[in-house]
Unconditional design. Structure first.
Lengths: 310, 223
């Protein structure tokens, strides 16, 4: 296992491997499993991700009824424009272009499937599960990447996530949303660079640049549910990941190295007040609308407490 | 832990590793402790579980686990329906369980053989769980390894006999906790193991003088 991004990228450079291949080989060693077995295990995750994108685009609703249908809305807007209907009907054109428009639709799709109690791959968490597939499949499509390349992109992302987990945290309750969607964006940026054929140094820079863009992001879920603002934060995080990957691929360096950015994320997380770490007490959860939704959904009433047991 | 497959994974039914996947595992652990599907389950939800169970599906997740479903089972949202089909009765209440983790549940279960068992546990993050109570005993195990739960009458030598039997079976003990209601009263040993205990060895342990019940628990936290 790699304990830092520097160690990971050095290993890839010295062995003339991509970051994804270096992580894949190391993981097979650590688990004492063959390359075929670890590839097969990652392929299974890729298939679940792909399935969750498809289901989310078809339209799902959450159990609370609070969210759902936005992935479908995004995909329909994208289709209208591809067919040239947007200008004919007078609706404004989308401005993002590809892969961003697809990345947003896919990230919303997976996050909505998660909120709807569908099957997803936590990446790194359930709350941030849309970011990586959003970037992975949209970049994969414009590059014509096959499953073998997508699997290695997932290994690259997983290797980055494992370093973050070891040196910092991936839990919103400990580090805020920067530890979930922030980490997911850093991982997704690494995956994008892998698919685009970037160097290990560019991968490290993409990780640093993406993470820096989301440092300090708080975890303030309305009613304590993984819905508002989580689903749309998955979608906005793909934009950060794609911007970071493109900067890195253009040769732009991060002044602060990736490992120091990861350290800073952990330090910021420790300084965040508890109200902004998944307790649903601050931020958006504490707005008038957030509080109204919470009281409607959870029907939290003191008289519902049935008594003290034990 | 924290290998690549812990990061890109687990494959699970959403929306929350702590409030959904962890809740399924708490139900699975309770099912294993009572030795199969209970005929009745009365679940008291505490803290964040009590406040947000509807939106997170914590209620259907707990019942799904009690029915033997894993965290990636797509029938989890329909577990109430499955329970009714199988004739399992269940109730939910909100309760203050005192100074416990915010994501906690107390499960009062009628086992397949009609016996009553109380299981308390918490979902402590990332889908990891802690079983904290069995009947009147405070316990502390994570469900990540094989475990033996042995109920016996407190007297000298019982633990020595169990551990020597495990040694002859070449089963290694990872962690052990022993507690009792009082001297010579009912006692409980939780023994976490690196290897499973064979049916035959379990039967031999059960025959040790003073032992009432032996439950062999498989790991509930694994893919």
């Amino acid at each position: 296992m790699y304990t830092s991004i520097a160690e990971l990228t050095n290993a890839a450079v010295s062995r003339a491997l991509t970051v994804g291949a270096a992580v894949r080989e190391q993981e097979a060693l650590d688990l004492d499993q063959s390359q075929d077995v670890v590839i097969c295990r990652m392929q299974e995750r890729l298939a679940v991700m792909r399935d969750s994108v498809g289901r989310g685009l078809a339209g799902v609703r959450s159990r609370s009824g609070l969210t759902g249908g936005d992935a479908r809305r995004m995909a329909e807007a994208r289709t209208r424009i591809a067919r040239g209907h947007a200008t004919a009907s007078g609706a404004p054109m989308l401005i993002g272009g590809e892969p961003l428009t697809s990345a947003i639709a896919y990230a919303l799709a997976v996050a909505e499937v998660n909120a709807g109690m569908g099957r997803i791959v936590a990446a790194p968490t359930a709350g941030s599960c849309g970011v990586l597939p959003g970037v992975l499949f949209s970049v994969g499509e414009i590059r014509g990447a096959g499953d073998a390349e997508l699997v290695d992109a997932l290994f690259a992302a997983g290797g980055v996530g494992a370093v973050i987990a070891r040196s910092s945290t991936l839990a919103g309750a400990a580090g805020g949303c920067q530890a979930e969607c922030g980490a997911a964006a850093a991982m997704a940026a690494a995956a994008a660079v892998e698919i685009a054929g970037g160097t290990p140094e560019q991968c490290a820079d993409a990780v640093a640049l993406a993470f820096k863009g989301l440092l300090g992001l708080v975890c303030d879920p309305v009613a304590g549910l993984v819905e508002v603002p989580c689903i749309k934060r998955n979608a906005t995080s793909v934009a950060v990941a794609l911007a970071a990957a493109d900067m890195a691929l253009a040769g732009i360096r991060s002044v602060i190295p990736a490992d120091e950015v990861i350290w800073a994320m952990g330090a910021i997380g420790r300084e965040l007040p508890a109200s902004l770490r998944e307790t649903a007490l601050g931020g958006l959860a504490a707005t008038p609308t957030g509080k109204r939704i919470a009281s409607e959904i959870n029907m939290v009433r003191d008289d519902a407490v049935v008594g003290i047991i034990r | 832990m924290n290998g690549v497959f812990d990061i890109i994974g687990p494959i699970m039914v959403g929306p929350s590793s702590s409030h959904t996947a962890g809740a399924v595992r708490l139900g699975l652990a309770a099912r294993a402790i009572v030795g199969g599907r209970p005929s009745r389950a009365a679940l008291a939800l505490h803290g964040s579980f009590a406040q947000t169970y509807r939106g997170h599906g914590t209620d259907v997740a707990l019942i799904a686990g009690i029915l033997g479903m894993r965290p990636d089972d797509e029938r989890i949202p329909d577990s109430f329906h499955v329970a009714r089909e199988q004739g399992m009765e269940f109730t939910f209440s909100r309760a203050d369980l005192g100074d416990v983790h915010p994501n906690s549940v107390l499960m009062e279960l009628t086992g397949p053989n009609g016996s009553q068992t109380t299981v308390g546990g918490s979902s402590v993050g990332g889908g990891n769980i802690l079983i904290t109570r069995i009947d009147r005993f405070d316990v502390d195990f994570t469900g990540t390894s094989h475990a033996l739960i042995v109920s016996y009458r407190d007297q000298p030598g019982v633990i020595a006999k169990i551990t020597s039997l495990l040694a002859t079976e070449n089963v290694n003990i990872a962690a052990m906790r022993v507690s009792r209601e009082g001297r010579h009263a009912r006692a409980l040993a939780i023994i976490e193991l690196d290897q499973p205990v064979s049916k035959e060895a379990g039967a031999l342990i059960k025959r040790i003088s003073g032992i009432d019940t032996v439950i062999a628990l498989p790991p509930v936290v694994s893919e």
